[in-house]
Design a binder for this molecule. Structure first.
Ligand code: GTP
Ligand code: MG
Length: 212
């Protein structure tokens, strides 16, 4: 897909205040510091559009970006950020889970996993939560530039094995590096194929009011 325009739209602390769900959207989630904001910037080829930081906990709100004037990318706060108060953590958890389960135009969630580490309980639990709620998702392994391809493959395989314990069918996986733009075409192709499946919510509402 050709990215012609990418602009910051709005930040919100709750899904209720997010823009009317008139366009398809794709969101990025994962542990704090896993590389969500960097990946979004890499996909749209615009450094600094989504704010990144070397210290975790940078993204604290639901951030919408409008792409090609026709669809939205959403940068979410990370889960599992240890260095914040329990109250904050609870609040973020609520913000994220209500966004994921309630947002009507969310077409697909990309779950980011650090390609360098062994399967983490918090990621596996989060993915189980997605399964229980029927949320469509794909896995994105990040920071593959930090190690050789063999190590990345072995880590991805470990993750697959951990998922296989609870899932019959594995989700799609992408190997990425925000530094080398690795995985960019893969993810954009995925989005391009899914966009046409979006049915504007407004039409649905109209149909309900005025059945033909
Ligand atoms: P929060 O908003 O705090 O949840 O973090 P985030 O998931 O948005 O991570 P962010 O994109 O801010 O990146 C965190 C750190 O990882 C930054 O220092 C990035 O430069 C670095 N980083 C992200 N992606 C990559 C990558 O593909 N390769 C390398 N080498 N570093 C990366
Ligand atoms: Mg971020």
């Amino acid at each position: 897909m050709n990215i012609k325009s990418a602009e910051f739209l709005i930040s919100n602390s709750t899904y209720k205040k997010c823009p009317e769900p008139t366009k398809p959207e794709f969101a990025f989630i994962g542990r704090s510091n896993v590389g969500k904001s960097s990946l979004i910037n890499m996909l749209v080829n615009k450094k600094g559009m989504a704010k990144t930081s070397s210290s975790p906990g940078k993204t604290q709100l639901i951030n919408h970006f409008e792409i090609n004037s026709s669809w939205w990318l959403v940068d979410l706060p990370g889960y599992g950020y240890a260095k914040t108060s329990q109250k904050n953590r609870k609040q973020w958890g609520k913000m994220i889970t209500s966004y994921i389960t309630q947002r009507e135009n969310l077409m697909l969630l990309f779950v980011l996993i650090d390609s360098r580490i062994s399967p983490q309980k918090i990621d596996l639990e989060f993915i189980s939560f997605l399964g229980e709620n029927g949320i469509p998702f794909q896995i994105v392994f990040t920071k593959t530039d930090k190690q050789g391809p063999k190590v990345t493959e072995a880590k991805a395989e470990d993750f697959n094995k951990a998922l296989s314990e609870t899932w019959d069918e594995l989700p799609k996986m992408h190997l990425t590096s925000s530094i080398h733009s690795k995985g960019r075409e893969d993810i954009l192709d995925e989005i391009e194929h899914i966009i046409p499946l979006f049915e504007p919510i407004i039409n649905k509402k109209n149909n309900q009011i005025n059945p033909i």
